[in-house]
Design a protein around this ligand. Structure first.
Ligand SMILES: [Zn+2]
Length: 103
């Protein structure tokens, strides 16, 4: 699944797909995955949130200044929970048409 996602997700910095970029899985369960990816091309780091539901897989990316280690810490201390992320996702869905949706 992550392999497919990388091919489908573009870097917000340079618009390249992440096909050859290593992704760090921060959080994963049966229908939600959170990844941290740093672009090989422009070194922009992005948090990718993926959720799968009845309509298919929905993902969105958010540029971040956090390094892998920082973001790991953040997730460990649960300063950011996936549920909060999904709430942000729902919020963005209503106010921002740029979220990529794919099946
Ligand atoms: Zn890039």
């Amino acid at each position: 699944m992550i392999q497919n996602l990388k091919h489908l997700t573009k870097c917000p910095g340079c618009d390249k797909t992440y096909s050859h970029t290593k992704a760090l899985v921060l959080d994963e369960d049966s229908n939600k995955t959170t990844l941290h990816i740093t672009c090989d091309m422009c070194k922009v780091s992005t948090l990718i949130f993926v959720s799968s539901g009845k309509t298919g897989i929905v993902s969105f990316g958010m540029m971040t200044d956090l390094s892998r280690n920082e973001v790991k810490k953040l997730f460990k201390t649960e300063a950011v929970s996936v549920d909060q992320v999904i709430e942000i996702h729902e919020f963005l869905k209503e106010f921002n048409g740029s979220i990529k949706e794919f099946l």
